[in-house]
Design a protein around this ligand. Sequence first.
Ligand code: UD1
Length: 425
Amino acid sequence: MEKYLVQGGLPLAGTVQVHGAKNSILPVLAASLLNQSGEEIRLKKVPALYDVRAMVSILTRLGARVRRDGEDLLLQTADVDCYHVPDTLMREMRSSIFLMGPLLGRLGRARLCYPGGCAIGIRPINLHLEGLQALGAVIEEKDGYIEARGRLRGGEIALAYPSVGATENLMLAAVTARGDTVIRNAACEPEIIDLQNFLNILGARISGAGSPEIKIKGGRRLHGGSYRVFPDRIVAGTFLLAAVITRGCITVEEVIPGHLAALIGLLEQAGADVELTENTVTVSADRLKAIPRVETKPYPGFPTDLQPQLMACLALARGTSKIIEHVFKERFHHVPELQKMGAKIDLSGHEAVIRGVADLNGAVVRATDLRAGAALVLAALAASGESKILGIRHIERGYDQLPEMLRGLGARISREKAAREEMLF
Ligand code: UD1
């Protein structure tokens, strides 16, 4: 059990490179199950994130062989023959629901325990299941397990909501199904384009990702290949917000600035200076102006995965801001922790009103989920005095080497062993 110890109040400055997108790597790893050719898959520059390790453990339990080669991961999936995702690993990572599509496509069967709720609220999977049923799967839900069977055939699916995970699951299921599939009202997130690009390198024929209509030619037999996912736009956004909250200047390199357009628009509205090149974004700021209304929305809207971090910044802005969370309506576990640091935030349903204060104070706080944890790190970097952040396992699900990278920008942050009484805190 470890914690981050942060001495706040220093402006951060410098350049960082972000790692590959966690939310691309996870479905891409799941997609590797569709390769029965005996050829290897090489995923380039895969960060050693907790969630990546959890997904690799699942694949290994299903029969894949996975090994590291420097920064790359090599996957051999010829011998995959198990269709039951182990319960403990499924609970570790609820998004592993998108293993259902490739397992069905490959083995005609998948069994996993119900993902249930998590710190950012209930995570229903009705859209995944209805979509798979539309492709011919027979699904039984019993005693907390979901069992799906059937030989899949292509079909037309109109999602009631552009769910990222459901879009990915259905793309994965449709690749080997008999006949062609069209997914309408699909999620448009960059991670969907990443999945399409990866699958097409392996021999799939998918088009339209990044738009609301995705077409998948079925009946494809996939082979090996080599792929590097997009840079992580949420990690990049977190570093830009670190510049803002500490009133410093940070350049994030090797990013796709277009993926950050919604955040950049808000930062400009709040008075930050933003400079873009083809693959870098530089942000510098004095004290931000409040933003009267921010709404999280599916891409290209402002991402829910940056909502907690932006809220930490707005807690120190001049004036009153409002954030409306539309995507995960209960995603506010960072609020009581930010309040301990002196933030003035009122919650009402899925809306937060943030009255900016001049200073935050260091405190002992706990990360309850990944992005809430990132928000606490940002607040601690700006606060006066020392903060202790517990529950950092959540943060390390999605940020590789975060303290090291922040230290490179001038932050005083270290990973320390948590004392026993702190673990109970
Ligand atoms: C993915 C991301 C997560 C991000 C989220 C929204 C991964 C591994 N995770 O999660 O970081 O916050 O997109 O951008 O890529 N919903 C239903 N029924 C369903 C599925 C979803 O009602 O069957 C609802 C959810 O409760 C939520 C909304 O749709 O309110 C968005 O969820 P979804 O887009 O599916 O998010 P995830 O794929 O779980």
